[in-house]
Write a protein that binds this ligand. Sequence first.
Ligand code: ZN
Length: 112
Amino acid sequence: MVSGTGDVPMKIRRVIFEKFNDPNLRFTNDEVFEMLRADGLESSLTIDDMEPHFKQLREEGLIRPIAQNFTTQWFKIFDTVKRYSCKSCGQEVYLGRLEPRVCPNPQCKAAL
Ligand SMILES: [Zn+2]
C-alpha cells in the first residue's frame, strides 16, 4: 500500500485542479470528499478524517474558508491551480499560483 493518509492532501489538490480550478467558484469539503470516494479513496475514511487535510491545505495557502454549516465547509482557492511534473519524485503535483514552488509531496519537498 503506497498511502497512509499523507497523500490525501495531494488527492484533494488534484480534485480541485480538475473540478474547481476557478478562484470565483465555491466548493465544499463534502463535494471534494464524494469525488475522492468515487475515485477510490479508502472506504474507511470519513468526512471527519478529511478535516486535518483541509486544514493543512488552508495553512499551505491553497484554499480559504468561506463559510461553515455544521460539518459542511465552503472554500475558494486563492488563485488558479497549475499542474507540475516533479522531476524529483516523478509525480504530477498541483500548486496554487500564489503558493511557494515546492513539491507538495511530503516525501519530496523539492523545488519545482
Ligand atoms: Zn516531488
